[in-house]
Design a binder for this molecule. Structure first.
Ligand SMILES: Cc1cc2nc3c(=O)[nH]c(=O)nc-3n(C[C@H](O)[C@H](O)[C@H](O)COP(=O)(O)OP(=O)(O)OC[C@H]3O[C@@H](n4cnc5c(N)ncnc54)[C@H](O)[C@@H]3O)c2cc1C
Length: 459
């Protein structure tokens, strides 16, 4: 049955990218249909950012109780009930889910429930209904990948199952030292697990600045988190109680759970994209910088577009696509300016180029760096954290990268991204006043150092 309405915009998938497109489109007066087979909010709200950060917050509280004596408070950590922790996590998700449902209906977006299959550039089949529109936005998101031949079952988990466990694994093994692997390693260690990470590349957090990776490795070692770097998995077996991982160097590791955190693939198979001629590369949907696919009137947003798979990138995609469909002309997104945060302990925040990437792009002599150690930052000392701010600049030119590691530095992502995206010169930022005592001040101090006038640092 063809619906009687012909929408201005039909959006397939109601995750960060899709629902942002729908909300912004409706705000601009477009008639919008939003098709979702599961729950609006997608991975981020139900299986990603929000539940993971809620669990990490509980983990931080466990650490704080454990360390309370250091701050003069007599407290003892009793049992950790993952059932209660999960109830807290779910209460956060539920509140946000309810709010999002209210936003979608309040803006007059027509939510169509069911699995959609694209049948033309203007039509999506949902069950027996054909939803029609002038423009179509593909936003079907991503799924957790495994390794070839490694089935996700029993003691072998992806983040989807790991977020729903009702007991903390005692000695989990984590495949992958990227964002998701590091966050689970940190959380499970705080909950008392003996964690081992296996990373095929030479460092944990391999996409971050090398100085950040090295400090993280030292911090994880101090926390008792084990890792094996530069080695790949040969095979995995499991029985009733144990999962065994054999590495290519002959090492054998055993644990009670294996988390496979080796990246996320695009959720684009079997939903009609190729059949209508959308150009794809290994399942990702190819677009121009305006997020148009090669098929006229078909756009894409979020994790299915090659690039960093982040919720805030999805939001930005969705908003930009809706604005273009409504006749506005927003500038293309600059991917290098998207802030990246890993919410392990210590946290990692970065924007822009690492030192190595900046040198590769501009030449070794064109790049200057400065580091400010959080040992000189009053608030960081109150919190008892180690870490640093590292700046990467073009000699005589703007800041190309800001890199931070330390407890709570996720909250500094805002200033870091303004500096990089506004192409600030160190001299501009050095003149700005940062409130004392804040961790933010460490960014100011790093800029004072780069401008040649360090205050709370040895010259
Ligand atoms: C454990 C974990 C932690 C994360 N933490 C963070 C974080 O801290 N910060 C951050 O920025 N990002 C984080 N992410 C990544 C973030 O969740 C994703 O980048 C984001 O959700 C992508 O949004 P999306 O709209 O592209 O896709 P998704 O959120 O995956 O949404 C796609 C939606 O489309 C629906 N769908 C798919 N196919 C169809 C179909 N044929 N018909 C109808 N509906 C369909 C799906 O059901 C889904 O709801 C995390 C991810 C994970 C797994």
């Amino acid at each position: 049955m063809v619906e009687s309405v012909r929408y201005d915009m039909v959006v397939l998938g109601a995750g960060s990218g899709g629902y942002a497109a729908a909300l912004r489109g409706a705000q601009l007066g477009l008639q919008v249909a939003l098709i979702e087979t599961d729950k609006v909010g997608g991975t981020c709200l139900h299986r990603g950012c929000i539940p993971a950060k809620a669990l990490l917050h509980s983990a931080e509280i466990a650490d704080q109780v454990r360390q309370a004596g250091r701050f003069g408070i007599d407290a003892t950590l009793g049992a950790i009930s993952l059932t209660d922790v999960n109830a807290f996590k779910q209460s956060v998700v539920d509140r946000l889910y309810k709010g999002l449902q209210g936003l979608i209906s309040g803006r007059g977006v027509n939510l169509v429930s069911g699995l959609g299959r694209v049948v033309s550039a203007h039509q999506v089949q949902v069950g027996s209904n054909l939803v029609e529109g002038r423009e179509l936005v593909l936003a079907t998101g991503s799924y957790a990948r495994s390794l070839p031949g490694l089935a996700v079952q029993g003691r072998v988990l992806t983040s989807d199952q790991a977020l729903r466990l009702d007991a903390v694994p005692a000695n989990p093994i984590i495949l992958g030292g990227g964002v998701i692997g590091l966050e689970f390693a940190s959380m499970w260690a705080s909950f008392g697990a003996k964690v081992t990470i296996i990373e095929a590349l030479e460092h944990l957090a391999p996409n971050e600045d090398l100085a950040v990776s090295k400090l993280l490795e030292r911090a994880f070692k101090r926390r008792g988190i084990n890792y094996q770097l530069g080695v790949k998995v040969r095979d995995v077996t499991q029985d009733h109680d144990t999962v065994t991982v054999r590495l290519q160097d002959g090492t054998e590791l055993s644990g009670d759970a294996l988390l496979v955190a080796v990246g996320r693939g695009p959720n684009t198979a079997g939903v009609g994209f190729e059949e209508i001629g959308v150009a794809m590369d290994r399942g990702f949907v190819l677009t121009d910088e305006q997020l148009r696919t090669n098929v006229p009137h078909v756009w894409a947003a979020g994790d299915i577009v090659p690039g960093p798979q982040l919720a805030h990138r999805g939001f930005a995609h969705g908003i930009a696509v809706a604005e273009r469909i409504a006749g506005l002309d927003p500038p293309p997104l600059v991917e290098s300016g998207i802030p990246r945060v890993t919410y392990c302990e210590p946290e990692i925040t970065s924007v822009g180029l690492t030192e190595a990437a900046a040198k590769a792009a501009h030449g070794v002599d064109a790049i200057e760096t400065a580091e400010y150690n959080l040992a000189g930052n009053g608030k960081s000392q109150v919190l008892g954290t180690q870490g640093f701010v590292k700046l990467v600049r073009l000699v005589g030119g703007p800041v190309l990268g800001v890199h931070l590691i330390g407890s709570r530095v996720s909250e500094l992502a805002g200033e870091a991204q303004l500096i990089v995206n506004w192409e600030a010169y160190p001299e501009d930022v050095a003149g700005l006043i940062h409130a004392h005592p804040t961790q933010d001040e460490a960014i100011g101090e790093a800029f004072l150092a780069l401008a040649g006038k360090p205050l709370h640092a040895h010259a």
